[in-house]
Write a protein that binds this ligand. Structure first.
Ligand code: ZN
Length: 343
């Protein structure tokens, strides 16, 4: 595979849009070595940060940059990823001001420099406990997020893909646990009944729910190809070892102090609302609210409202849209109901 691209062929492909009339057009994605390392490190850092603060691993999210493959129809190439300064959508968001500013500058530069590659997908982590079943699946919120992106981006020559990473399992098995998904349009029905996202058939509903969540019939998985150099593997290994060390440390006497600090930080962050849309929603800041309550109140329309098409020819508008999405993600009420299949 080559990372060089014939821009004319790519422009033709983007205007032909063969994915529009075939819900299963895309079969695979290939991720560049630097992109997979950035993505995995980001997800591991969420686990590490959560444990350091004496709480649960933190979910993280980012955007991926790439393009449909002109040489291999049905494949999406991912060349880079951009972690978003958003953490732990299951509880409350912590945004470090300086990091956010730096991020926006970097993002602006990147949009300026890249005419060939675009933001063409998103990733987020499911840092839940390790069990016999992978945590890489789409929750109902994930599915509607993905579908909104596909509806706004696919028709503009920019097919959208969603990645889910299970960082705990990645550590456990010593290799990346990552899956890529695309959503089916609502009117599409799979010809084979009981076929789950990876193309296998599971005949019991209980097992389908355990493996793929309540929306198991509404999305499918793409093969994920990546290459990790020796160096990349050692980076991940060192992140991993650090994580185990932290876990042992915080489970002892430091745990209680860290938890108090974490809660104090959250108290303050709960008061920040720069978007004027829901960051201060008392419903969202109720510490005694159970996870299930939160799931039933996904409040994701703020996020969906931000899903505007990225206009090829107008980089100011593109920047504004991306900025808006990030603002909604950071200060709006994006919720992940990703733990649903385990309840
Ligand atoms: Zn999720």
């Amino acid at each position: 595979m080559s990372y060089l691209v014939d821009t004319t062929t790519l422009a033709t492909l983007r205007s032909d849009k063969p994915w529009i009339n075939d819900p299963l057009h895309f079969k695979s994605t290939i991720i560049s070595p630097s992109a997979i390392v950035k993505m995995l490190s980001h997800c591991q850092s969420g686990v590490e940060k959560g444990i350091r603060q004496g709480g649960k691993p933190i979910e993280v999210m980012g955007l991926v940059q790439g393009r449909p493959d002109t040489e291999n129809p049905g494949r999406i190439i991912i060349t880079d990823v951009f972690p978003l300064p958003i953490e732990g959508f299951e509880t409350r968001v912590i945004a470090d001001d300086q990091n956010v500013v730096n991020y926006m500058i970097a993002l602006g530069d990147s949009l300026e420099n890249s005419r060939v590659e675009k933001f063409c997908g998103w990733y987020h982590s499911h840092p839940f406990d390790v069990s016999a079943i992978s945590n890489c699946f789409f929750s109902s919120t994930d599915l509607s997020t993905q579908l909104s992106w596909q509806r706004s981006e696919d028709p503009h020559g920019n097919p959208w893909v969603g990645f889910v990473i299970d960082p705990q399992r990645t550590v456990h098995q010593g290799s990346p646990e990552i899956k890529a998904f695309r959503a089916f349009p609502p009117e599409y029905e799979r010809p084979i009944k009981d076929m789950v996202p990876d193309g296998t058939v599971i005949t019991t509903e209980k097992s389908r729910l355990e493996n793929w969540g309540s929306c198991w019939s509404r999305y499918y998985s793409l093969d994920v190809e990546y290459f990790m150099s020796d160096l990349a593997q050692s980076v991940i290994k060192s992140v991993t070892e650090n994580l185990f060390w932290m876990k042992n440390f915080t489970e002892n006497e430091q745990g209680a102090n860290n938890k108090a600090l974490f809660e104090a930080i959250n108290e303050n962050v709960g008061k920040v609302d720069t978007s004027g849309k829901g960051g201060n929603d008392p419903e969202n800041n109720n510490a005694s609210e159970t996870k299930k309550d939160k799931r039933e109140n996904p409040n994701s329309e703020h996020f969906n409202n931000a899903l505007k098409p990225v206009d090829d020819n107008n980089s100011d508008q593109t920047k504004k849209n991306i900025t808006e999405i990030i603002k909604q993600m950071m200060f709006g009420s994006l919720r992940c109901d990703c733990n649903e299949k385990h309840d």
